[in-house]
Design a protein around this ligand. Structure first.
Ligand SMILES: Cc1cc2nc3c(=O)[nH]c(=O)nc-3n(C[C@H](O)[C@H](O)[C@H](O)COP(=O)(O)OP(=O)(O)OC[C@H]3O[C@@H](n4cnc5c(N)ncnc54)[C@H](O)[C@@H]3O)c2cc1C
Length: 230
């Protein structure tokens, strides 16, 4: 899996702080910009976040390039509606020459399971290639491709949606591949906007576990992990 931030709002924390300040100030935007200082920004952002004035976070956005993930994961990812996506097409990009699948660890660690998985991947690839050779268009041949098929996607989310996304997908209850991806995304955005994402992570990173009876029972360890994530 390869996750990188391709682009982001140049000064996300200043931009968010400026937007928030504007709401409570009678002075001009130019004067507000001049007044903003870095210490001021940190204190102010903390206050805004604790008050729940989260709409101002929508002024900062981040674009990620994600490669080497399965269609299992992108299918879950695109359920997040407050985001923009561009995914490699299986209509226009044929898998005839190149087909890669993502193998979960549970399968990779078991020699018998690994063999079954490898056999199925190879068989599916051969069948796909034969269909394409018979003149079946890639958009139809793809119907036999598995969930494990590797894909790539570019995704843009604003900081408010990212915090929501992390709350759901960094949780121990989330599926392993999307969790791995979202933890890596969080690690990277924290470097760019440390105040905005200071307490981001699964629900339990900033409050009680929201999972109720489904709680993983490892709240203390999970909190510690996300506190130290850098
Ligand atoms: C552990 C886990 C298990 C899951 N299991 C399943 C499953 O078995 N089956 C399944 O179908 N899905 C499942 N999902 C997906 C889940 O139901 C959501 O579709 C997905 O997590 C996106 O969440 P969201 O709707 O909160 O977020 P987003 O789409 O990112 O939206 C963010 C927020 O915007 C608001 N919003 C967005 N659109 C609307 C709208 N139309 N109307 C009102 N408010 C809106 C909501 O407040 C929402 O929380 C699972 C998710 C997780 C994390």
């Amino acid at each position: 899996m390869n996750v990188t931030i391709i682009e982001h709002t140049p000064n996300p924390e200043q931009t968010v702080a400026l937007a928030a300040r504007l709401c409570y100030s009678p002075i001009s935007i130019d004067d507000l910009r001049e007044k903003l200082e870095s210490t001021d920004i940190e204190q102010f952002l903390d206050k805004i976040m604790s008050l729940g004035h989260h709409s101002v976070l929508e002024h900062a956005s981040f674009t990620f390039g994600i490669e080497g993930i399965s269609r299992v994961t992108t299918h879950q990812l695109v359920r997040h509606r407050i985001a923009s996506f561009s995914q490699q097409s299986q209509r226009y990009v044929s898998h005839k020459e190149h087909f890669t699948s993502i193998m979960p660890n549970s399968i990779a660690m078991d020699p018998d399971a690994r063999e079954i998985f490898a056999f199925m991947s190879e068989t599916v690839h051969k069948a796909y290639a034969q269909l394409v050779e018979l003149g079946i268009p890639a958009e139809d041949a793809r119907y036999i491709l598995p969930n494990a098929t590797e894909t790539k996607i570019i995704m843009t989310m604003n900081a408010r949606e990212l915090r929501h996304f992390f709350a759901l997908r960094c949780c121990q209850r989330a599926q392993w591949e999307i969790r791995e991806m979202s933890v890596e995304m969080l690690r990277q955005v924290k470097k760019i906007a440390p105040v905005i994402f200071r307490d981001a992570g699964p629900g339990c990173a900033s409050g009680p576990c929201p999972e109720g009876v489904f709680c993983c029972g490892q709240t203390a360890e999970v909190r510690e992990f996300f506190k130290k994530l850098d």
